[in-house]
Design a protein around this ligand. Structure first.
Ligand SMILES: CC(C)(COP(=O)(O)OP(=O)(O)OC[C@H]1O[C@@H](n2cnc3c(N)ncnc32)[C@H](O)[C@@H]1OP(=O)(O)O)[C@@H](O)C(=O)NCCC(=O)NCCS
Length: 183
C-alpha cells in the first residue's frame, strides 16, 4: 500500500493515555498475535502492565499514525530516569560514563509497531522521526530481538548501533540493545 495523503500523526502525553489506551492495546494484539499465542511474556495483560509502567514515567510520549480515522501504527518513548534499571540488565556491563543517567540524557523507545497493510510505506520511519522530533535528550536507545535481523538492520539504517545485549525481565527474550545519538 502506498502512503495515503490522509495519513496524520498525533502526539500524546501521559495525561492523554486514557483516550488512546484501547487503540494502543488493540494494535499490539493484532501485530503481536503470533507471539501472544506462543509466549506469556508477550500476553496482552503483560503488555498493558508494561504500558502502564512506561506511561507513568515523566516525559512519556506516544505518536499514533491515523489513515483517515483508522489507527495504522504507533511508537512510544520516555526518558530514562537517573536511577534506571535499563543498563543494569546488560549481560556485559558497559563503561560507567556510558550509562550515567540524569533523567534527561537518554530517551528509551519502548514500542514501535505498524499494522501489516501499512508496512513498507515509510510510515514506520515517519512515526519514529516524529517521536524524536523536539525531544531534548542526547541519545535514544531501544531493544530488538536478535532473531529479527531485518528489524535490526532497519534500525541500523536509521542510525542505531548495537552496543550489547540485555534481558530486561527474567522471562523476557535476550534483546540486542541499540543506541543512536540525537545531537
Ligand atoms: C518494525 C516495523 C515497524 C517496521 O516497519 P517497516 O519500516 O514498514 O518495515 P518492514 O515491515 O518492511 O520490516 C523490515 C523487515 O523486517 C522484517 N520484520 C518486521 N517485523 C518483524 C518481526 N517482528 N519479526 C521478524 N521480522 C520482522 C520484515 O519482514 C521486513 O523484511 P523484508 O524486507 O524481508 O520483508 C514493522 O515491521 C512492525 O510493526 N513489525 C512488528 C512489530 C515489531 O517487530 N516492532 C519492532 C520491535 S523492536
Amino acid at each position: 500500500m502506498s502512503q495515503s495523503p490522509a495519513i496524520t500523526l498525533a502526539r500524546y502525553g501521559t495525561d492523554q493515555l486514557p483516550a488512546i489506551r484501547a487503540t494502543l492495546v488493540s494494535l499490539y494484539g493484532e501485530v503481536y498475535e503470533k507471539e501472544i499465542a506462543e509466549d506469556p511474556f508477550f500476553s496482552v495483560e503483560r503488555f498493558e502492565q508494561r504500558l502502564q509502567g512506561h506511561a507513568s514515567r515523566p516525559g512519556w510520549e506516544a505518536v499514533v499514525a491515523y489513515d483517515g480515522g483508522e489507527a495504522a501504527g504507533y511508537a512510544y518513548a520516555a526518558a530514562l530516569p537517573e536511577r534506571t534499571g535499563w543498563w543494569s540488565h546488560m549481560l556485559t556491563p558497559l563503561p560507567a560514563e556510558e550509562i550515567q543517567e540524569d533523567g534527561q540524557r537518554t530517551l528509551a523507545l519502548f514500542e514501535l509497531m505498524v499494522r501489516a497493510p501499512w508496512r513498507k510505506t515509510g510510515l514506520a520511519a515517519r512515526i519514529h522521526e516524529e517521536l524524536l522530533a523536539n525531544r531534548q535528550e542526547e541519545r535514544v536507545t531501544l531493544l530488538v530481538e536478535p532473531g529479527h535481523p531485518k528489524v535490526k538492520a532497519l534500525y541500523e539504517r536509521w542510525g542505531y548501533h548495537h552496543i550489547g545485549d540485555q534481558q530486561p525481565f527474567p522471562d523476557a527474550p535476550i534483546y540486542a540493545t541499540m543506541l543512536r545519538l540525537l545531537r
